[in-house]
Structure formats: C-alpha cells, structure tokens
Write a protein that binds this ligand. Structure first.
Ligand SMILES: [Zn+2]
Length: 249
C-alpha cells in the first residue's frame, strides 16, 4: 500500500485504530476496486493487494449494489463474502451497512461520493455509509445512526465518525435546481452553486448527537487530488472506484 494512504489513515483515524477497528480507504495507485464500474478485470487482484497487508481476506468482503438510496443493511455472519468475488451475489440495493459482528469487512466503493465510517466503542458496533448527494438528501447518515440506536442501543454521543475522500465544496459545482433540494450546504460563488457534501453530513452527525470532537475528517478532495483518487466529475462514469473498508475485530 502506498505510504501516503497508510499515513492518512493512521493520522486521521487514530481513535478507531486504537480501538482495534480497521477503517481504511484505497487510493487510485492501487487501481480500480469495483466489480461494477471501470476496468474490472484486475479488481480482485487490486483488492487483494490492498487488503492483505492489513490482515483482511478480500474474499470475506461484504459489498452491496449501491443505488444512491437510503436502505441500510444489518450485516450478519451469513453475509460474509457477499459481492467479494462476483457482483451478482452482492447485497441488493443498499447504501449503508451496520454490524456488531466481528471479522466482517464492510466495503463501500466511491469516486467523488463520500464514505462515512461510524464506530460505537461502547456496544462495539460499526457502520459504513455511501453518501452521494441523493443519499445525503435522504438523510442517510441520520438514518444509519437511528438504525444503530434501534439495533444496538447506540448512544450517538459515544460514536466516532470518520469521512473518506470525496469531492468537496471547492470543486463540486451543481445546478441552480439544487437550491430547491438543499436548504443548507450550498455555497454560492459568483454565479455558481457548490455543494458541501461533507458539511451536510457533518450536520447530520451533529444533529444526531455525535460530538464535534469525535468527527474525523482527512479533508481530501478527490477532484483537487485527482492524481491520487478517482473522480467521477473529472473522468466520467467509466472511471474506477476506490474502496473504503471498516471491520470490527
Ligand atoms: Zn477540490
């Protein structure tokens, strides 16, 4: 794994790591991780190259068909390896995972969209969210925390939250119709609107009761740093995807 990725993960997700929760994302230097998008012929090797140094078996990954919705899947032992070797057996139409089971590596694939890691050190449970603008509009981060409350008895003030790389308000220009979709999180510069995806998700975390000091943000813009990360905006729909992985061990 390239040094830069390791350093970023260690630096920003220290509380997760200290708690024994792996919380990592790849860079484009490790190439495409998706079985749905981009050039998929080496994706399994790429996943293996990324994860073996972390002691995670890529054949155990739990992956979903991500559809920019807000369905949350409670992952259990029987889901081990779903979507790890072929897209066909991925968990259907889901954009967030929660689990309190150990050794189940949850995976989310992105190229500009935001991944959000959640960890409850009290009840020992994790969440991983795929938050594009549609899911963010559907309040997927709030809904995932609600699901953790209901399923595990999570108190949001105990949660650690971490952001993966995503396109940020410096680069995420959107049409004026977004002013009808988002009441806040839109930034106007000159005659254009820019969406603050991480800002809106941070609001959802805070509104849910997560403490500001427990939110960890590497501040990486996938568009500004297109040489290190895939960017849907810059490259088009056929670009590769990075992978965010969370595992309770
Ligand atoms: Zn940027």
């Amino acid at each position: 794994m390239p040094e830069a990725t390791t350093v970023v993960n260690k630096k920003y997700y220290q509380p997760f790591i200290q708690a024994g929760v792996a919380c990592v994302f790849s860079s484009r230097h490790l190439e495409n991780m998706s079985l749905f998008y981009g050039d998929t012929k080496n994706s399994l090797d790429n996943r293996n190259n990324f994860l073996r140094g972390l002691g995670i078996d890529y054949r155990h990954l739990v992956c979903a068909r991500q559809v920019h919705g807000s369905r949350i899947k409670y992952v259990k032992e029987e889901d081990l390896g779903r979507g790890s070797l072929a897209s066909a057996d991925s968990i259907p139409d889901s954009d967030a995972f929660i689990t309190d089971k150990k050794n189940l590596p949850l995976a989310i694939f992105t190229a500009d969209c935001l991944s959000v890691f959640l960890y409850d050190p009290k009840v020992k449970a994790i969440g991983l969210i795929h938050a594009g603008w549609r899911s963010t509009k559907d309040a997927i981060t709030e809904k995932t925390i609600q699901a953790m409350r209901k399923t595990f008895g999570t108190h949001p003030q105990d949660l650690y939250a971490g952001f993966g790389p995503s396109i940020r308000s410096c680069c995420y220009e959107v049409g004026s119709e977004f002013s009808n979709l988002f009441t806040h999180g839109l930034i106007r510069r000159e005659n254009s609107y820019y969406l603050d995806l991480t800002g809106i998700n941070r609001e959802q975390l805070l509104n849910s009761g997560v403490k500001d000091e427990f939110i960890f943000d590497p501040g990486i813009c996938t568009s500004c740093r297109n040489e290190d990360f895939f960017s849907f905006r810059n490259e088009g729909a056929s670009c590769g995807r990075i992978m965010s992985v969370a595992i309770l061990s």
